[in-house]
Design a protein around this ligand. Structure first.
Ligand SMILES: [Zn+2]
Ligand SMILES: [Zn+2]
Length: 144
């Protein structure tokens, strides 16, 4: 048994339960239009995990998937519509929304897709125009 910390997550109604184990690869805020439209919020707080960090405990049959683009497979609960996580096959990571992880100490390090922002956040963190190079972006930073 590993002694890594596990965090239990659930959808809005609790039908779907899963855990993430260990530490996220990256944490930050996404300002892209897709995240805003999907989440119905002005900015999305993300935590990125390796796929093996995630285990579905309950309700696997109740998970719906929608992919508008091949970059993002967005998952939600078919009963309550609550968002669960998003698979990013291109970078091999899964985004678990920070809002589902109340026990995780959320320490954002970067803002991505900041050129699309509708809610500028002047918190002093790096602002990527789109994505870091290792995630297929330009790697360019822009001013707050
Ligand atoms: Zn649900
Ligand atoms: Zn986004």
């Amino acid at each position: 048994m590993s002694n890594e910390k596990s965090y239990t997550c659930s959808c809005f109604c609790g039908a779907v339960q899963f855990t993430v184990t260990g530490e996220p690869v990256e944490m930050g805020y996404c300002h892209c239009e897709s995240c805003r439209h999907w989440s119905a919020g002005p900015v999305n707080a993300f935590t990125l995990w390796k796929p093996e960090a995630i285990k579905i405990l309950q309700g696997a049959d109740n998970i719906g998937t929608y992919n508008k683009t091949p970059a993002s497979y967005r998952k939600w609960c078919k009963t309550c519509g609550g968002h669960l996580f998003t698979e990013h096959p291109g970078i091999g990571l899964i985004d678990v929304y920070a809002a589902l992880l109340p026990e995780l100490t959320y320490t954002p390090r970067v803002h991505v897709h900041y050129q699309e922002t509708v809610l500028p956040l002047r918190d002093g963190l790096p602002k990527m125009k789109d994505l870091p190079k290792e995630m297929g972006g330009s790697g360019e930073s822009i001013n707050e």
